[in-house]
Design a protein around this ligand. Structure first.
Ligand code: UDP
Length: 327
């Protein structure tokens, strides 16, 4: 029989890419999503249940009906800026929602969980690269809610005997290499989609938030990891937990940093388009450089990024912005 995995937030960005890969790997994804930000057109690899993670009785009913062997928990609110202006929403969905899900798991004895965490739980690290032993001192409400959810998971695991993998993503980006998934709006705040919108003439220009940092070219350095690599890591995490592996928290990153100007250069090389820019003020709370030591995910899961070079990231995402790929 085909094993099933409950995928909360499976209509969203990382969730939908992972649902697709699960299906290809012979696992049926049961997508549970309230469609607040997720997109129904991204749910094509298994049954869909519209529901909210805060609705514990509904979760219990769905788990009892479909009998998944594990849950991948993507459903969350994910905008750092919004978490500052509306922390209530973030504590409700990310902390309350995770507790609701864990209670539903406990009730149904569903004891294997893959959790979407974030490098935002580290805040501004004292040293680079960031390994998993780096103290977690988040600098915004979003990061705090993800840290609390991780801690809750660890406490539930100890008390109630469940096992988990917490995956701390660095900067998720790119799109399905086969072109099946990927949607962005003009409200998008992240660097690569905004730069592609600017390259495509859909917004006037990209504003670079500061070019006077102590980095290679003055712009901020981040670790950009392709969503197809994140999806692969989730499947590997599922295999790890399914065959009896211990609970663990792992960084998911490319393992190196890229500056904003390096990203813009890659866009130019791949599409032939220049990205119109303006230099703006530094964005509050932006550390100059963040990148992962991703070696533990390799040791524990055998995970190695395949798509997380800038050219491949741009090549897979550009078509969704109406940009031609030249190289
Ligand atoms: N950034 C920028 N202009 C934008 C969006 C982002 O200069 O319109 C910068 C941002 O300040 C950061 C980097 O690009 O240094 C990555 O930002 P993003 O919001 O994509 O991810 P974050 O690292 O904040 O999670």
């Amino acid at each position: 029989v085909t094993p099933r995995v409950l995928v909360t937030g499976g209509a969203g960005y990382v969730g939908s890419h992972t649902a697709k890969l699960l299906r290809l790997e012979g696992v049926e994804p049961i997508v549970y999503d309230n469609l607040a930000t997720g997109n129904l057109s991204s749910v094509r690899w298994g049954p869909f249940v519209q529901g909210d993670i805060l609705d514990t009785p509904h979760l219990i009913q769905v788990i009892e009906q479909h009998k998944p062997v594990a849950v991948m928990h993507f459903a969350a609110s994910t905008y750092v800026g919004e978490s500052v202006t509306d922390p209530a929403k973030y504590y409700r969905n990310n902390v309350g929602g995770t507790q609701s899900l864990l209670d539903a798991c406990r009730h149904t004895r569903l004891d294997k969980i893959i959790f979407s965490s974030s490098c935002a739980t580290y805040g501004v690290p004292a040293k680079l690269p960031i390994d998993e032993a780096t103290p977690q001192v988040p600098v915004n409400p979003y990061g705090r809610t993800k840290l609390i959810a991780e801690q809750m998971l660890a406490d539930y695991a100890t008390a109630f005997g469940l096992r988990y993998v917490a995956l701390r993503y660095f900067n998720a980006c790119g799109a399905d290499p086969e072109g099946d998934l990927g949607e962005w709006s003009e409200l998008e705040t992240h660097l690569i989609p905004r730069a592609l919108l600017a390259a495509a003439g859909k917004i006037p220009r990209l504003k670079i938030f500061g070019d006077d940092y102590q980095t290679i070219d003055g712009t901020c350095v981040r670790d950009y990891v392709h969503v197809a690599d994140l999806a692969r890591a989730h499947v590997l995490a599922y295999r790890h937990i399914e065959k009896g592996g211990d609970s663990v928290a792992l960084n998911l990153g490319a393992g190196h940093g890229s500056s904003i100007r390096e990203v813009l250069r890659a866009i130019n090389q791949v599409t032939g388009q220049d990205v119109p820019i303006a230099i703006g003020h530094r964005r509050q709370g932006d550390p100059p450089a963040l990148y992962a030591d991703a070696s533990r995910a390799e040791q524990v899961l055998g995970f190695l990024p395949e798509y997380s070079d800038l050219a491949t990231i741009v090549r897979t995402a550009a078509p969704f912005f109406g940009l031609e790929v030249r190289s």
